[in-house]
Design a protein around this ligand. Structure first.
Ligand SMILES: Nc1ncnc2c1ncn2[C@@H]1O[C@H](COP(=O)(O)OP(=O)(O)OP(=O)(O)O)[C@@H](O)[C@H]1O
Ligand SMILES: [Mg+2]
Length: 252
């Protein structure tokens, strides 16, 4: 579904992403782990269009997407959440979800709701979908709350709800569990599993190893801009290069 080939991105003289090959197979929850500064978020930025690669190729369902705008990539059905949630804090939870431009998401959902020529049809469709996805994400009782008043964990769920507005086929999640309390984390895990069963593929960055081991197969490990391991949970814990990368990261 996603193919990354020889992708590079430099910042000055530093190669934050250094010749990465990565494939994400349809239907998987693929984990992407690695120590701080490994280049994981930079790779997400390259895949989702926030940054252009300095070399290499990125394909999503066969389309070459490297260097396309985030908006184009989103409309192709590839959505991402941010390591630090970015809601509009003064707008309500419902408004934040409704801001996602539905009409560009393709026809499937749209045809169900949109009645051509009806003033307000677009907004009704958007509201309807927002109510669905916010309810699914457990935010149904927070609709009128300014998004800035949500807890960190609830903001992560709002991020998920926002990407679900367009019915994406691949979702990139950047540290969905960071700063999330254990109860909300279970909710988040349940939602990811449920969405995956519905056919949505995930690529997930996470430092919470318990969550990664439970949820992800396969697991890809990055360190210093390179992929150093690809395999299953049992293998990752025994791999010498992976242990090395993590131990090297422990402050003295
Ligand atoms: N816009 C930027 N300009 C300059 N350097 C950057 C930029 N973005 C990232 N970097 C650097 O690139 C390297 C990789 O950063 P990145 O954020 O991709 O790491 P990460 O694996 O996501 O780490 P973490 O687990 O801490 O989120 C780091 O050394 C970082 O300082
Ligand atoms: Mg990061």
């Amino acid at each position: 579904m996603l193919e990354v080939r020889g992708v590079e991105r430099s910042f000055g003289r530093m190669k934050a992403v250094d010749g990465v090959d990565l494939t994400v197979a349809k239907g998987t929850i693929t984990g992407l782990i690695g120590p701080n500064g490994a280049g994981k978020t930079t790779l997400f930025n390259l895949i989702a269009g926030s940054l252009a690669p300095t070399a290499g190729e990125i394909r999503f369902e066969g389309h070459a997407i490297g260097g396309l705008s985030p908006d184009r990539i989103f409309r192709l059905g590839l959505a991402r959440t941010f390591q630090i949630p970015r809601p509009f804090p003064g707008m309500t939870v419902l408004e934040n979800a409704m801001l996602v431009p539905l009409q560009q998401a393709g026809e499937r959902f749209w045809n169900n709701w949109f009645r051509p020529g009806t003033v307000g049809g677009q907004e009704r469709a958007s509201r309807q979908r927002a109510l669905e996805v916010l309810g699914f994400c457990g935010l149904g009782d927070k609709l009128a709350l300014p998004a800035g008043q949500l807890s960190g964990g609830q903001q992560k769920l709002l991020e998920l709800a926002r990407v679900l507005m367009i019915e994406p086929r691949l979702i990139l999640l950047d540290e969905p569990a960071a700063g999330v309390n254990p109860t909300l984390m279970e909710t988040l895990v349940d939602k990811i599993v449920a969405l995956n069963k519905q056919g949505i593929t995930f690529l997930l960055i996470e430092h919470n190893m318990d969550l990664v081991m439970r949820l992800c197969s396969p697991i890809v490990v990055m360190a210093q801009g390179k992929v150093i391991f690809r395999g299953e949970a049992d293998g990752v814990q025994r791999d010498a290069a992976v242990l090395d990368a993590y131990l090297g990261d422990v402050p003295a």
